[in-house]
Design a protein around this ligand. Structure first.
Ligand SMILES: [Ca+2]
Ligand SMILES: [Ca+2]
Ligand SMILES: [Ca+2]
Ligand SMILES: [Ca+2]
Length: 340
């Protein structure tokens, strides 16, 4: 019995050695760290066999961020310029405006419906301002109020004249801006064949009907829009420096209900005054007709001192400071003060 036990023990030891040799020669089936080309070939194999893919992390272990997301606008700083527009709300109850309308010079103040002249506060620009950082120019357009549905669901635009000749050459439009910076609804148009404004930019001309802004540029992170945080009836449009391609330019703002087409610029070339109508009641073309439900501003010169000759330029009116009142002695003519 003892010799049989010894024999069994010897056989067991031999079988153990044999199994170890076989295990060393056989291909590995356990989980081993994959490196270099092994990892990619394993990934390909997994994809081809339909099993779960290997997660790929880039060389520095960061999640992939597109170039567009990296160029998103930030919070604009303090306004560098503020432009004040005419305020149609002042005489809206009389269905007319007293100022801000100059059809000959392409200046409009018509936040009213055609014919009926019903006032639309979401189309009445009160102010527009510009700020900037290293990546974007930020334009803020302040409207008089929201629409009947408590929204801003029309189109707000910034028009730039980048070569300072009065002819607009870049139009960025934002339809129904959202709460966060977004490219959705933001359109970019250029005028490559220089026919915006016809022969005389900003001046009304009959039969000057070119293709206006004919070049729709794909918006790959070039322009964004949003509702201005914490402010009612205000929108912001951010235009990247790479789209503007200038540090000196003229800028102005538009609000329109979608009736405005990029091909119709300048508007006072696309329509005659009689066709367009007028918002000034004493004018023979009152009320508004084909050109209604829109507002625009004059243009500000950014980063340079503009000569007065550039069409569309805002004319700054120097307000006279009221003279300090001097106490008068009864019975004396004005200007003679009481003796000290
Ligand atoms: Ca205006
Ligand atoms: Ca206005
Ligand atoms: Ca013209
Ligand atoms: Ca054109």
């Amino acid at each position: 019995m003892k010799s049989k036990k010894l024999l069994n023990a010897g056989a067991l030891a031999w079988m153990l050695v044999l199994s170890l040799i076989l295990a060393a020669c056989a291909p590995a089936t356990g989980e081993l760290p994959l490196t270099g080309s092994d990892a990619s070939s394993a990934q390909e194999g997994a994809a081809m066999s339909g099993s779960s893919p290997v997660e790929v992390v880039n060389s520095v272990g960061e999640s992939s961020v597109t170039a567009e997301e990296m160029l998103k606008p930030a919070e604009p700083g303090e306004a560098e310029q503020v432009l004040e527009d005419a305020d149609a709300s002042l005489r809206a109850y009389e269905k007319r405006v007293l100022s801000g309308e100059n059809f000959t010079n392409n200046l409009f103040e018509r936040p009213f419906t055609s014919g009926e002249m019903l006032y639309l506060p979401d189309l009445n620009i009160l102010t527009a301002s510009i700020a900037s950082d290293e990546l974007f120019f930020y334009f803020t357009i302040q409207l008089d109020g929201l629409n009947a549905s408590s929204q801003l669901s029309v189109t707000y635009s910034i028009e730039l004249d980048r070569d300072k000749d009065g002819r607009g050459d870049l139009l960025v439009s934002a339809s129904s801006p959202r709460g966060e910076w977004s490219m959705q609804g933001v359109s970019i148009f250029k005028d490559m064949d220089l026919d915006v404004g016809g022969e005389k930019p900003m001046l009304a001309e009959v039969f000057q009907r070119g293709n206006g802004y004919e070049d729709a540029v794909e918006n790959k992170g070039l322009a964004y829009a949003r509702l201005t945080p914490g402010q009612e009836a205000s929108v912001q449009i951010a235009i990247s420096h790479s789209l503007v391609e200038a540090q000196e330019f003229l800028w102005g703002a538009w609000a329109d209900a979608g009736l405005l087409k990029p091909a119709q610029f300048d508007i006072n070339d696309a329509f005659t005054k009689r066709e367009a109508g007028m918002a000034i009641r004493d004018d023979k073309d009152y009320p508004l007709k084909a050109v209604a439900e829109l507002d625009n501003t004059c243009r500000k010169a950014y980063n340079f001192s503009a000569s007065a000759g550039i069409p569309g330029l805002c004319i700054s009116i120097v307000k006279e400071e009221p003279k300090p009142e001097t106490p008068q002695i009864p019975g004396r003519p004005p200007g003679i003060t009481a003796p000290g």
